[in-house]
Design a protein around this ligand. Structure first.
Ligand SMILES: [Zn+2]
Ligand SMILES: [Zn+2]
Length: 142
């Protein structure tokens, strides 16, 4: 048996450079945000409850007990959805926060999705300027 003809057993595979597409597992190149599902939110809250229990356990009994704000709600979190190029939704849709139930990227709905994303937040940058810019500040102006 010719040992040299055998490919090395542990051929180094290039490490994945980032997250994978949710739909096909290819390396993701874009992402957008969606709200957490009830299960995901439960998990976040459970982790936070555990953390608080630990803080209480370690708290100095000489001091007043620590107080905590209300537990986070779904509105406090988003989760990134990763996608490769072919599975990407439109750029406009990707700029918005999607519902927890959104199934994108999903071949059936591409390049859209099956939820109604949240409206975009008001951006002060895009608001009209208070007064017209001087002519020499306008592209193509004098
Ligand atoms: Zn994909
Ligand atoms: Zn969606």
């Amino acid at each position: 048996m010719d040992v040299l003809a055998t490919p090395p057993a542990n051929e180094p595979t290039p490490p994945r450079s980032g997250p994978a597409c949710v739909a096909c597992g290819e390396t993701a190149i874009v992402h957008w945000l969606r709200r957490l599902t009830d299960d995901e939110l439960d998990e976040v809250r459970r982790t936070e409850n555990d953390r608080r229990a630990e803080v209480l356990r370690l708290a100095d009994p000489q001091l007043p007990p620590p107080e905590f704000p209300p537990l986070p709600t779904g509105a406090d979190f988003t989760r990134a959805v990763y996608s490769c190029g072919p599975h990407a939704i439109t750029m406009d849709a990707a700029a918005l926060v999607h519902a927890s139930s959104c199934t994108a990227p999903n071949d059936a709905d591409l390049p859209g999705c099956d939820c109604t994303p949240e409206p975009a937040p008001e951006s002060p940058i895009e608001a009209a300027p208070a007064a017209p810019l001087p002519d020499h500040w306008v592209t193509g102006g004098a």
